[in-house]
Design a protein around this ligand. Structure first.
Ligand code: HEM
Length: 370
């Protein structure tokens, strides 16, 4: 094969993905984007507060929006408990158990892709959060609305049924956790367990309803240019530096023709979190791939790596390029900025009062638990 995987310590990761049967989805084989209805306004997150009140009334729990941090943590934890109908208030140690279980599942990927479910779980966390619209306060990770159609069937979410299925196993074991907390925690586990930085995270999301689902067209379209990328991420409240830092997640995983129409990995180490995405953008010569699929770039030398049109704007756009260069040259800077931006992404759409702790937590890596 033209390239070998680096650094990821698992033997499973050393298997070449080309030998791997692609996951089937019940969706069309090509990602269809829609921007229609992108400005439609589902109900505001304030509806969540009524949901909380109802949950409290139903579960007999009490809820404090202020007070000492400990009291407030317990009280807010009780909201989720009331909602799940289980008589138990989860502590940080309980969330760490969920973390550890997700870490096991990530590693137990057998022949799947590059030997890890980490990348697809990271993508689930991002797509669950990246629907946020700061003008209307709608979307984001709070309600885990990708559980509902039509959001589950949006072209951008092709293939994420696999990730949702994996998370469902965890939900069966830890029924008290909300889907939004579970999916975002999955993103944290994926980054940390694949060698990335610690991602500050805290629980507090609640399960919403189908009526809270977001319209199609809120997630980025990979065939577009820099103004589209800015429109999408500015709508979430991010700036150019944060956009470039977030897109560096494409160091991980790969594109699948059966999901997006695109094909291939961005780096030689798709299961290890590194700044290689930026390094390769600068170090390799990128040319348009000659094929019948959607326009994508390939590295001239090995033809085994890919870049999406939106990835390439990270070097063709002057403002983006400045940050991409800085991240290519300084892995620590990338880790620091990615951690801050991704942590914020995961909290989009969640009213602060809902969080069960005043400051985000640092969850331990699976190795640190041993
Ligand atoms: C301009 C912004 C972005 C665009 C257009 C974009 C587009 C895509 C596309 C087309 C795929 C391939 C899906 C497939 O065929 O399976 C993909 C995969 C992926 N994306 Fe992005 N993405 C963007 C930003 C992000 C961000 C911000 C993150 C995380 C912070 C992220 C994380 C991932 C990961 C980890 C994968 C690999 C999934 C797998 O291996 O199954 N992406 N993205």
């Amino acid at each position: 094969m033209s390239f070998a995987l680096r650094r990821f310590p698992k033997t499973a990761a050393l298997r070449r993905a080309s030998a791997v049967p692609k996951q089937s989805t019940r969706l069309p084989s090509f990602r269809a984007y829609s921007t229609e209805g992108a400005n439609a306004k589902p109900k505001s997150n304030n509806a969540a507060l009524y949901g909380i009140a109802a949950a409290i009334a139903g579960g007999g729990a009490f809820y404090l929006f202020s007070g000492s941090d400990d009291a407030s943590t317990v009280a807010k934890g009780a909201v989720q408990v009331a909602k799940a109908g289980v008589g138990f208030v989860p502590s940080k140690a309980d969330y760490q158990k969920v973390y550890n279980r997700i870490a096991e599942i990530i590693d137990d990927a057998g022949e799947y892709d590059d030997g890890s479910y980490g990348p697809v779980l990271l993508r689930l966390a991002w797509h669950a959060s990246g629907t946020y619209d700061k003008e209307t306060g709608t979307g984001g990770s709070n309600y885990a609305t990708m559980r509902f159609e039509p959001e589950a069937l949006h072209g951008a979410n092709n293939g994420l049924n696999l990730a949702r299925g994996l998370m469902e196993k965890v939900k069966q074991e830890f029924s008290w956790i909300s889907y939004g907390d579970l999916w975002t925690l999955g993103g944290v586990v994926a980054v940390q367990e694949m060698g990335g930085p610690k991602i500050p995270w805290r629980p507090g999301r609640i399960d919403g309803f189908a009526k809270d689902a977001t319209p199609d067209g809120r997630l980025p379209d990979a065939s577009q240019g820099s103004s589209h990328v800015r429109n999408i991420f500015y709508r979430m409240g991010f700036n150019d530096q944060e956009i470039v830092a977030l897109v560096g997640a494409h160091a991980l995983g790969r594109c699948h023709t059966s999901r997006s129409g695109y094909e291939g990995p961005w780096t030689f180490s798709p299961t290890t979190f590194t700044n290689d995405f930026y390094k390769l953008l600068f170090d390799e010569t990128w040319v348009w791939k000659k094929w019948s699929g959607p326009k994508q770039l390939e590295d001239k030398k090995t033809k085994s790596l890919m870049m999406l049109p939106t990835d390439y704007v990270m070097v063709s756009d002057k403002s983006f390029k400045k940050y991409a260069k800085a991240y290519a040259e300084d892995n620590d800077l990338f880790f620091k900025d990615f951690s801050a931006a991704f942590s914020r992404l995961l909290e989009l759409g969640v009213p602060t009062a809902q969080f069960t702790s005043s400051a985000p937590w640092e969850m331990g890596n699976a190795d640190e638990q041993k």
